[in-house]
Design a protein. Structure first.
Length: 95
Protein backbone atom coordinates (compact mmCIF):
# COMPACT_ATOMS: atom_id res chain seq x y z
CA UNK A 1 0.00 0.00 0.00
CA UNK A 2 2.91 2.36 0.68
CA UNK A 3 4.06 1.86 -2.93
CA UNK A 4 0.61 2.83 -4.24
CA UNK A 5 0.50 5.92 -2.02
CA UNK A 6 3.97 6.91 -3.21
CA UNK A 7 2.92 6.41 -6.86
CA UNK A 8 -0.22 8.53 -6.33
CA UNK A 9 1.77 11.27 -4.58
CA UNK A 10 4.33 11.32 -7.38
CA UNK A 11 1.63 11.51 -10.07
CA UNK A 12 -0.03 14.39 -8.22
CA UNK A 13 3.26 16.30 -8.02
CA UNK A 14 3.93 15.69 -11.72
CA UNK A 15 0.42 16.77 -12.74
CA UNK A 16 0.61 19.88 -10.54
CA UNK A 17 3.93 20.78 -12.15
CA UNK A 18 2.49 20.45 -15.64
CA UNK A 19 -0.65 22.37 -14.67
CA UNK A 20 1.56 25.25 -13.48
CA UNK A 21 3.65 25.18 -16.66
CA UNK A 22 0.50 25.20 -18.80
CA UNK A 23 -1.85 27.55 -16.94
CA UNK A 24 0.48 29.98 -15.19
CA UNK A 25 3.61 30.12 -17.32
CA UNK A 26 1.91 29.25 -20.64
CA UNK A 27 4.97 27.08 -21.39
CA UNK A 28 3.77 23.47 -21.56
CA UNK A 29 6.44 20.80 -21.45
CA UNK A 30 4.28 17.88 -22.59
CA UNK A 31 1.41 17.40 -25.02
CA UNK A 32 -2.22 17.48 -23.92
CA UNK A 33 -2.44 13.77 -24.70
CA UNK A 34 0.56 12.98 -22.46
CA UNK A 35 -1.01 15.07 -19.69
CA UNK A 36 -4.34 13.26 -20.09
CA UNK A 37 -2.57 9.90 -19.75
CA UNK A 38 -1.03 11.00 -16.44
CA UNK A 39 -4.41 12.17 -15.16
CA UNK A 40 -6.12 8.97 -16.31
CA UNK A 41 -3.49 6.88 -14.51
CA UNK A 42 -4.13 8.86 -11.33
CA UNK A 43 -7.89 8.45 -11.69
CA UNK A 44 -7.55 4.68 -12.03
CA UNK A 45 -5.32 4.44 -8.96
CA UNK A 46 -7.71 6.58 -6.92
CA UNK A 47 -10.70 4.53 -8.07
CA UNK A 48 -8.92 1.37 -6.96
CA UNK A 49 -7.92 3.01 -3.65
CA UNK A 50 -10.64 5.54 -2.74
CA UNK A 51 -9.22 5.88 0.76
CA UNK A 52 -6.22 7.68 -0.81
CA UNK A 53 -8.30 10.37 -2.55
CA UNK A 54 -7.66 13.82 -1.10
CA UNK A 55 -9.52 17.11 -1.71
CA UNK A 56 -6.40 18.67 -3.25
CA UNK A 57 -5.90 15.88 -5.78
CA UNK A 58 -5.87 17.04 -9.43
CA UNK A 59 -8.80 14.67 -9.99
CA UNK A 60 -10.88 16.66 -7.50
CA UNK A 61 -10.32 20.20 -8.78
CA UNK A 62 -9.91 22.33 -11.89
CA UNK A 63 -6.42 22.28 -13.44
CA UNK A 64 -5.06 25.72 -12.77
CA UNK A 65 -5.64 29.27 -11.73
CA UNK A 66 -6.70 31.84 -14.30
CA UNK A 67 -3.93 34.04 -15.65
CA UNK A 68 -4.24 37.66 -14.43
CA UNK A 69 -6.17 39.75 -16.92
CA UNK A 70 -8.90 37.20 -17.66
CA UNK A 71 -12.38 38.45 -16.84
CA UNK A 72 -15.32 36.41 -15.61
CA UNK A 73 -17.99 36.04 -18.27
CA UNK A 74 -21.53 34.78 -17.85
CA UNK A 75 -22.59 32.65 -20.83
CA UNK A 76 -26.15 32.64 -22.11
CA UNK A 77 -25.86 28.96 -22.93
CA UNK A 78 -23.93 26.47 -20.80
CA UNK A 79 -20.42 25.72 -21.96
CA UNK A 80 -20.16 22.01 -22.74
CA UNK A 81 -16.92 20.12 -22.54
CA UNK A 82 -15.92 17.55 -25.08
CA UNK A 83 -13.73 16.04 -22.35
CA UNK A 84 -10.90 13.92 -23.73
CA UNK A 85 -11.90 12.79 -27.19
CA UNK A 86 -9.24 11.19 -29.34
CA UNK A 87 -11.10 9.37 -32.08
CA UNK A 88 -14.10 9.89 -34.40
CA UNK A 89 -16.35 7.49 -32.46
CA UNK A 90 -15.91 9.48 -29.23
CA UNK A 91 -16.61 12.71 -31.13
CA UNK A 92 -19.83 11.25 -32.59
CA UNK A 93 -20.87 10.09 -29.12
CA UNK A 94 -20.43 13.65 -27.80
CA UNK A 95 -22.44 15.06 -30.69
Amino acid sequence: MADIKHQIDELRRTIDHHNYKYYVEALPEISDREFDKLLEELKKLEQAHPDLITPDSPTQRVGGQPIPGFKTVKHREPMLSIENTYNPAELREFD
